[in-house]
Design a protein around this ligand. Sequence first.
Ligand code: SIN
Length: 539
Amino acid sequence: MIPEYLVSFSPDALPSEEVDCLIIGCGIAGLRAAVELDGLKVLIACKNDPFDGCTYHAQGGIAAALLPPDSPEIHFSDTINAGCFLNDEEATRILVNEGVERVKELIDWGCKFDKKGKNLDFTKEAAHSFPRILHARGDATGKEIIHALLTKIGQIPGIILRGKFFLIDLVCEDETVKGGLFYDIASESLLIVKAKKIIVASGGSGQIYQETTNPVTITGDLQAAAFRKGALLGDMEFYQFHPTTLYMAGVPRFLISESVRGEGAILVNIYGERFMRNYHPDMELAPRDVVSRAIVCEMRRTNSNCVYLDMRKLKSDFIISRFPQIYNFCLKYGLDITKDLIPVRPSAHYAMGGIVTDIFGKTILENLFACGEVACTGVHGANRLASNSLLEGLVFGARAGKKARDEISTMKKDSHSKISSFRVKKHNGPFIDIYDLQRSIKSLMWRNVGIERDAGSLGEAMQKLDAWGKYIFLNEFFSPTGWEVQNMFILSLVMTHAALSRQESRGAHFRKDFPEPNEKWKKRQMFNKHFFNSLKERK
Ligand code: SIN
């Protein structure tokens, strides 16, 4: 059974704080939402710090149709094509139209995107009809955006940012979210933050996979916390694998940006053959899912554990100035990308699915908003178009912040109601080696619910998860790792079930036993915890 809370707590015995708006997550979506809350008391809480999230590490860039002959309409059709027509059209139109204004605003706030001469320098990435990707500091776009937004936030007096602040659970009564139960990592103590509105912007869940580009903190905690309270998770079978992650023993799985291929790098197999010509007319710039599967196929065919990116046709000076971060990272491990081939293979990168929201970031739970990768507005459909994720954070972060602000302005002055205590049922479960379970979940998801899946692999994953589900919630943990693994378990369960149900291939969801799309499946799947609890009762 999926529990309501992971730990027992008694609000009267805990320190508490009150704010108008609690934002969880300090990437592009959370910070952009905060800008809209000027004049209110706002706490931005993050598990680590703003320099450790997916936004900060984002390399490639942000897509926006700023200049003709490109247009938001063309950006819209590229997004829908990449998403295999499963996108929510209204949300996607908002993304591409409002995206133009939001990016210009970011530039006005001091974000310096790279220029060629006096003009902005746009790169082309896979499945985009035009070069429309803005980048900064060469390949460190996320750093520039975070610095620009932190500077902007720094000018707004009511906003406080607190790091190393782990959200264990959303506190909720009658499907109304009242705040968050936090673990302060520095003081190792619990604390309650009461808020009139709560905006979740905590990023994805890449760490549920063994191989991922995501930082170690990205374990899907808020998706799971919202699910425990009755929120819907949607599009969970669609998980994007980035084709090119550096693959060297002992080296962190560092992303090699798609823009490297956008600037002309090619992919070759261990025999030096440019294999993408056998898979797609757009070769290296085919959609991400196509390139990822082609690499897996090629690795299998040639019995190798990686393929190579070849940048050697590009001028050394250009490589070093356009990709300084990638160049320097690889050099630390003895790889000179101006001369050497880069060993790469796919890894988990981005969740198209998440907490279902409307176009204002509102979830089905009263007072709870979600934006950015943690949310599922439906803009990405079955497969995200490259560089649309920063844009999504910017556009829907602003929308969620605005809506929360409007709603707060109509609430009574003292709307912080009382929060009841909660006792987790004591089961005296057996000792669990939580690190072993963490490794098991990650490798199960990678092997069985990865780039290619079928009824056999997914069925086996379900059986294993069912078995682990018998004991994972028996004990109360008192450590972030324990809570993270419980959260990873919940997400793995929903993703596996969603992938097993969808008997077709579409976008990032590739079923070896149903390799083609099926019109009957041109629909989205959403689940809440009651569905899973009733499955359990029936077993
Ligand atoms: C990349 O730079 O390849 C990643 C950008 C993205 O995921 O959109």
